[in-house]
Design a protein around this ligand. Structure first.
Ligand code: GDP
Ligand code: MG
Length: 344
């Protein structure tokens, strides 16, 4: 049993930002020691605290593609809600996940990678999403790969408003073997933006992720929760089904498939404990269709089977999944299809 709910207020909270000097005035060792000393227990509270001691806020996780944003979000929320892949650019929707720890509800916003290479309509809309998101949150977590900063990172950083506190999250810290090498990089980063805090960590390390809750908490306002304590996402089952199929698709086709391929859910029906789902994978070219179907339809079958298993875990029921592959330019003559059954 934890102690009686305390009444956090801006000036009583541990780790209050005003207690520590700004990031620039600390030495690297002090900062590393401080960042690694924060401890948080993520055990859920037995009862919801009274409304007047609830804390709740929005956190935007931003950064260029492939720095680990989706991995981080999934780890924070404790369930797979955003797809991850070695291939950049697989997250196309703004996904929110939430996690409630003791008095605080963290509402996370994942943003698609800021596009620097192409200027097409899809990319322009992704960029608008990033800008819209960061102006609307209590805290920004700017994710970079520890020790690295290039033009793509700079373009995302340029979008961050001065008024919103931003944490510099140096991810993939496990890949840094000599910590001393980080010092000049960190000094350089501090000159680029007035970061409130520096957090070296690895999104795939559970302890680091727990620590991040304790670090982010103090930036969120005292206000009633927006969601129930147990809620993890506000996305529909239908949306999750599309995301899961997309993840399997990109994982199993490797780097060959362009990220412009999309998944459309044509049908999502619930009959008691059974879900009947029909989906279409839409690709740009005939060649892409071949890649997805694979030799004798093997690849498409695997995509279907793996997606179905995951959907069954997510929904706790049986799933009947039917997947079609269509080429955008020639819908009529495309017959590739896989059906996978909930009973095998
Ligand atoms: P996003 O594009 O920013 O959402 O990046 P993802 O979350 O999809 O991650 C991109 C790749 O980096 C994946 O292969 C992850 O497994 C990997 N990755 C993420 N976090 C870490 C980390 O802390 N350490 C290491 N070594 N790899 C990571
Ligand atoms: Mg992602």
């Amino acid at each position: 049993m934890t102690s009686a709910p305390k009444k956090p207020s801006a000036d009583q909270t541990p780790n209050e930002p005003a207690e520590s000097p700004p990031v620039q005035e600390q030495s690297l060792d002090e900062m590393l020691a401080k960042a690694f000393s924060v401890r948080t227990s993520t055990t859920p509270a037995a009862d919801a605290p009274p409304v007047e001691s609830q804390r709740c806020g929005l956190i935007a996780i931003v950064g260029k593609p492939n720095v680990g944003k989706s991995t981080l979000l999934n780890a924070l929320v404790g369930q797979k809600i955003s797809i991850t892949s070695r291939k950049a650019q697989t997250t196309r929707h703004r996904i929110t996940g939430m996690r409630t720890v003791k008095e605080t509800q963290f509402v996370f916003v994942d943003t698609p990678g800021f596009q620097t290479r192409h200027g097409n309509a899809l990319n322009r809309s992704l960029n608008r999403t990033v800008v819209g998101t960061v102006n609307d949150v209590d805290l920004i977590v700017f994710v970079v790969e520890a020790g690295q900063f290039n033009l793509a990172d700079a373009k995302v950083l340029a979008l961050l408003p001065e008024k919103t506190p931003a944490i510099l999250l140096a991810n993939k810290f496990d890949l840094i073997h000599r910590r001393a090498e980080i010092a000049p990089w960190l000094r350089d980063m501090q000159e680029r933006h007035n970061f409130a805090e520096f957090v070296p960590m690895s999104a795939n390390n559970a302890k680091d992720v727990d620590r991040l809750f304790g670090i982010c908490e103090k930036y969120l306002p005292m206000q009633p929760w927006m969601y129930g304590a147990e809620e993890l996402t506000d996305r529909s089952d239908r949306f999750m089904a599309a995301e899961i199929i997309r993840e399997k698709l990109f994982r199993l086709t490797g780097d060959e498939l362009p990220y412009t391929s999309t998944v459309i859910i044509d049908k999502y029906e619930e009959e008691g404990n059974l879900r009947k789902v029909a989906a279409t994978i839409v690709v740009e070219r005939d060649g892409h269709k071949g890649m997805i179907i694979g030799e004798k339809g093997e690849k498409l079958k695997r995509i279907g089977t793996e997606a179905r298993h995951e959907l069954e875990t997510l929904t706790g029921g049986k799933v009947f999944l039917e997947i079609w592959v269509k080429v955008r330019s020639g819908w009529a003559d495309d017959e590739a299809r896989v059906k996978t059954f909930g009973y095998e």
